[in-house]
Design a protein around this ligand. Structure first.
Ligand code: FE2
Ligand code: FE2
Length: 215
């Protein structure tokens, strides 16, 4: 497997892509973080996974979304791009495993879409990327995302704070419920706690309060 060439292809597809209102190259940075998080979760749980497959799957999972705003589901689109453009860089079995991570990264067995139905069964490498993908959208990263979208939608500070309390909670709950591993839930709970703290402080500041010595 030509990992260097695969990564170079991924970088060329994602690093310069316009993702406004997010920063250019957002899918690349998100892919790098997702790959790293997935690897660390696997390590922490001592799961027996192919590290290269996991890393490439994490890195490429949103390649179908890079600079693309059309109607096609981005996982399917990403897997199709990989098969069409870089199949020659993989042995056939590894190509299928990476393409499956990309195609299935949002088919979370514990999500509301599958709850109560017979969910598909996936290998650990798919489940890990699913979890890492969620984790990378919450915590301090969620503040960055909220600021980027808030600027685009011309929200003032009060509206941005309101959004966190009125719009975001179902998303957070669904994210927690959708995770595949207890270790991911621990990390997400930690990130959500930080987010909550940030918004408590921000809400006070936005109201012009003194925040020191207050309970
Ligand atoms: Fe995605
Ligand atoms: Fe993603």
């Amino acid at each position: 497997m030509n990992i260097t060439a695969i990564k170079a292809w991924a970088e060329a597809k994602m690093l310069q892509a316009d993702e406004s209102p997010l920063e250019p190259g957002y899918r690349w940075y998100h892919g790098v973080r997702t790959a790293k998080l997935a690897g660390l979760l696997a390590e922490q749980m001592q799961l027996d996974v192919d590290k290269d497959i996991l890393e490439l799957g994490g890195l490429l999972h949103d390649v179908g979304k890079a600079g693309y705003r059309g109607p096609d589901p981005h996982g399917i689109r990403g897997a199709r791009l990989i098969r069409a453009e870089i199949a020659h860089l993989f042995p056939p079995d590894k190509l299928e495993r990476v393409a499956s991570i990309v195609a299935n990264h949002y088919q979370r067995p514990n999500s509301k879409y599958w709850r109560g139905k017979e969910a598909p069964e996936f290998p650990a490498e798919v489940l890990l990327v699913q979890d890492a993908d969620i984790l990378d959208h919450l915590g301090a990263n969620a503040i960055w995302l909220a600021f980027r979208y808030g600027a685009k939608e011309l929200r003032n500070q009060e509206a941005a704070i309101q959004r966190f309390y009125q719009v975001d909670p179902p998303w957070h709950q669904e994210s927690l419920a959708s995770l595949n591993y207890a270790a991911s839930r621990q990390e997400l709970e930690h990130r959500l706690k930080f987010l909550e703290h940030f918004y408590i402080q921000w809400k006070r500041e936005e109201r012009g309060e003194l925040t020191f010595h207050q309970n």
